[in-house]
Design a protein around this ligand. Structure first.
Ligand code: ZN
Ligand code: ZN
Length: 245
């Protein structure tokens, strides 16, 4: 039971760090927040991603490229040029590492206006820290697992960020329905996206990239959006008025 709760908590907290902080704030600037809240969520997204930490600058650049070149050869992750998800993810990893280590020239319009916290990057991106998180997940399982099959979940903890990325980037541009006739292959996979906290409304999101609510029709529900509204009401973030809907 404890293991299942730990798995669910890690899944959703890490996903929240990705969709709320890295995606909607870092890459799209759908809302603003103070420097101290930015540092808080920077650290939150690091701790919750743990061993699979994603650098916010590299995330923002890759994601902006994904929107600009969606489902073309310049898209860092389109399922339409790869036969299976693993090779797509290996390609994404290569582009990510090139951008992260500044081995490629990045279009200036993608390479600005993202959260930065170099001290955290140095700590979070070291092998020492990544392996440390891996050891901690494993120790938790050794202490609390009651069935052998539970250990099969461990690799998902080690690779939480890439697992989420693989699901969204593959399924979100391949399976589901469309509300808008975008030029790309973006799809809405579910009408109630509890699994990926709204990230699987790719078609809605590609239609209006700056809209904080990824659900568009009355019957669709994006679980992250009410949290954004709550944070706005609490003064943690500030949504731009025109974009409130
Ligand atoms: Zn997309
Ligand atoms: Zn986006």
């Amino acid at each position: 039971m404890i293991i299942v709760l730990f798995f669910i908590a890690h899944w959703y907290l890490s996903l929240f760090g990705q969709t709320f902080f890295l995606h909607r704030y870092g890459a799209h600037k759908m809302f603003t927040m103070s420097k101290s809240w930015e540092k808080f969520f920077y650290i939150f997204s690091w701790i919750t991603q743990g061993s699979s930490y994603l650098n916010p600058r590299a995330y923002a650049i890759l994601h902006r490229m994904h929107h600009a070149y969606s489902d073309t050869e310049k898209d860092p992750h389109t399922p339409h040029f790869f036969r299976e998800v693993f090779t797509m993810m290996m390609h994404t990893k290569r582009v990510y590492n090139d951008v992260l280590n500044k081995r490629v020239t990045v279009d200036e319009k993608f390479d600005r206006n993202f959260p930065e916290y170099p001290v955290i990057d140095r700590i979070a991106d070291s092998w020492f820290t990544r392996i440390g998180f891996g050891v901690a997940y494993t120790a938790f399982y050794v202490a609390f697992a009651t069935h052998w099959w539970m250990f099969l979940l461990l690799p998902i903890h080690y690779l939480m960020g890439p697992v989420h990325g693989a699901i969204v980037n593959w399924a979100g541009h391949k399976y589901g329905y469309r509300n808008y006739n975008e030029k790309d292959h973006s799809k809405n996979t579910f009408i109630l996206d509890l699994l990926m906290m709204g990230e699987l409304f790719q078609n809605n999101h590609h239609h209006r990239g700056s809209r904080p609510n990824f659900a568009a029709k009355w019957y669709e529900f994006d679980p992250t959006y009410p949290i954004i509204i709550l944070f706005d009401k609490l003064g943690i973030i500030r949504l731009a008025r025109v974009r409130r809907k």
